[in-house]
Design a protein around this ligand. Structure first.
Ligand SMILES: [Zn+2]
Length: 236
């Protein structure tokens, strides 16, 4: 990045900060005024705090725990974050910390490995993994380690059924070489939304191929595939 470009970015950040001071922020959950420093109003903030749950088992997918459903308020606030509202990173990092604790999957020596984003401008997963690890504390929080990379191009998953998603995801990820200090550790995959579990299954495969033991996955929201036109999950 050259000097001119970094100056423009710095000015843009100052301008955004000024606007934040001058204009009242809208709560992304209900569009009402946010409370104090925000980013959510008090009602939405309280409503977002719910007990994490273990997701319906997905074939081929390790055990998954979620902070809530991909519906209603939970979905609106998550979409706002995914669309670039960075002020929500802390909210979701803390929700993910609650999932890590409730799941029992994460121990002090666990690696938290985010599913890789598609690059700039916004990757919702890595920041929440970092914040969650810090929020859980040194002894329970695990270590965020972004080991996974996309291998080549693939179609977007939206609108695909379970079988198509699995085929689309097969071989989609590869893992960087595991650093010496992390060899043989257990890993937990971090993602934003689980639908069919195809992405998590592929992430787990790539991490196992790199020599890690995958204990499960933690996500911000569970979407039931039958609600978006995909194939319904078999009931177990
Ligand atoms: Zn609200």
């Amino acid at each position: 990045m050259d000097v001119g470009e970094s100056l423009v970015r710095a000015l843009a950040r100052i301008w955004d900060a000024l606007l934040d001071l001058l204009l009242p922020r809208a709560c992304p959950g209900c569009a009402g005024p946010a409370a104090g420093a925000g980013p959510l109003c008090r009602t939405c903030r309280d409503a977002l705090v719910r007990r994490p749950h273990r997701c319906t088992p997905r074939p081929g997918c390790p055990p998954v725990w979620a902070a809530g459903p991909y519906a209603g308020l939970h979905r609106r606030v998550l979409l706002a974050y995914k669309e670039g509202d960075d002020a929500l990173a802390r909210v979701w990092g803390e929700r993910l910390a609650a999932v890590c604790e409730a799941s029992g999957l994460v121990r002090a020596d666990t690696l938290l490995v985010p599913v890789p984003g598609r690059g700039p401008p916004h990757d919702p997963r890595a920041p929440v993994a970092r914040i969650a690890a810090a929020a859980c504390g040194e002894h329970r929080g695990g270590t965020p380690l972004p080991l996974l990379r996309h291998r080549g191009r693939m179609r977007r998953q939206a609108g695909l059924g379970r079988r198509e998603r699995l085929a689309n995801r097969a071989g989609a990820f590869c893992a960087d070489p595991v650093p010496e200090w992390a060899v043989g550790r257990r890993a937990v995959v971090v993602d934003d939304v689980v639908t069919t579990g195809a992405t998590l299954a592929e992430a787990a495969r790539a991490l196992r191929a790199a020599g890690l033991c995958v204990a499960g996955a933690v996500v911000l929201a569970e979407r039931l595939p039958s609600t978006e036109g995909g194939e319904a999950l078999p009931q177990r």
